[in-house]
Design a protein around this ligand. Structure first.
Ligand code: ASP
Length: 316
């Protein structure tokens, strides 16, 4: 069975915070990403290519905190992180702190396939992008009034902020806008190959080259045909320390848990005990999928070869 699952961030997402117009805009954004990715799976393409196509679509949509819609750093810049992993051979590519790259997920794929390395950062990653002919974009392309206003409110403080998060988290500023997020995709193709990808602008007002969980293989992103493919979203510091994505894979591999059982243990028990808010999307090699979050909501969607389709935001 082929399955594509995507997310656009987890956090304090409730009906009270979304207008009908907001819902329509998210419906459309998620649907376009499903279309782009699922088309590849439907025509017999690879899970990894479906993941890149879906995330590229989300990165191009300013609604989401990735690519074009990335949040502002303390210095008023956009520093993006992304990772891609292929469950077939455990190959992976990731970038952190990259600027002016139009589609960081495509750079992550280039790193995987052509760099001889797994993880590149900052200026070096930009040099590599140039050498591979990746598309660059000017700062104007990444400018977004809403994100700018979010940043202006806290830029003189030491707070950082998840752009879709509430006001109850340590070290973070109150945020009335709560409505955007990191993006990710996981897929199972017709051959039972799995892939996972995640892309983000990180946290508003981040500094000192802060990197979250998203581009870290095993924390925010992981894929292994023997177990699952996972893409996370949430308060990255906790997801890093809990090694969330790989932990779920290990619970399946070494303890024989099902996909859903493993996700629940890590997201609804381990992370909650640590104080880590967020969620993830997951798929296994039979095409079985899960959305799992401990926050109020998560922008999420799924399409599979049974003809099922889900687009949802709120908790159940
Ligand atoms: N996990 C991301 C980070 O900490 C943020 C997010 O999911 O929105 O950078």
């Amino acid at each position: 069975m082929t399955t594509l699952v995507i997310h656009g961030g987890a956090g304090n997402i409730t009906p009270a915070m979304m207008t009908k117009e907001d819902e329509q805009a998210y419906d459309l954004g998620l649907k376009m990403a499903l279309d782009a990715g699922y088309e590849i799976l439907h025509s017999g393409g690879a899970a990894m290519d479906a993941v890149v196509a879906a995330i590229t679509e989300l990165e191009n949509n300013p609604l989401f905190n990735a690519g074009r819609g990335s949040v502002f750093t303390k210095k008023g810049l956009h520093e993006m992180d992304a990772a891609l992993m292929n469950g077939k051979d455990l190959s992976a590519g990731a970038v952190a702190g990259v600027r002016n790259i139009k589609n960081p997920i495509q750079l992550a794929k280039e790193v995987m396939l052509h760099s001889g390395h797994v993880f590149l950062s900052g200026n070096g990653a930009a040099d590599f992008a140039l050498s591979r002919g990746l598309e660059f974009a000017t700062d104007d392309y990444f400018f977004n009034k809403l994100r700018y206003d979010q940043w202006v409110k806290i830029r003189d403080s030491d707070f950082t902020q998840l752009d879709h998060e509430g006001d109850n988290l340590k070290g973070m500023a109150p945020n009335p806008d709560y409505k955007f997020g990191t993006v990710g995709a996981v897929a199972c193709d017709a051959e039972g190959n799995l892939a996972a990808g995640t892309s983000t602008g990180g946290m508003t007002n981040k500094r000192f080259g802060r990197i979250g969980d998203s581009p870290v293989v095993g924390a925010g992103t992981y894929a292994n045909n023997a177990t699952c493919a996972i893409s996370c979203t949430g308060h990255g510091e906790y997801f890093l320390r809990a090694v969330v994505a790989h932990d779920i894979s290990c619970l399946m591999e070494y303890k024989g848990l099902s996909l859903q059982e493993a996700c629940n243990v890590v997201v609804k028990d381990k992370l909650v005990k640590m104080g880590g808010e967020g969620g993830l999307i997951a798929v296994d090699a039979t095409g079985n999928y899960d959305f799992c979050f401990n926050s109020a909501g998560m922008y999420r969607a799924m399409r599979n070869s049974k003809g099922e389709e889900v687009i949802a935001y709120y908790g159940v």
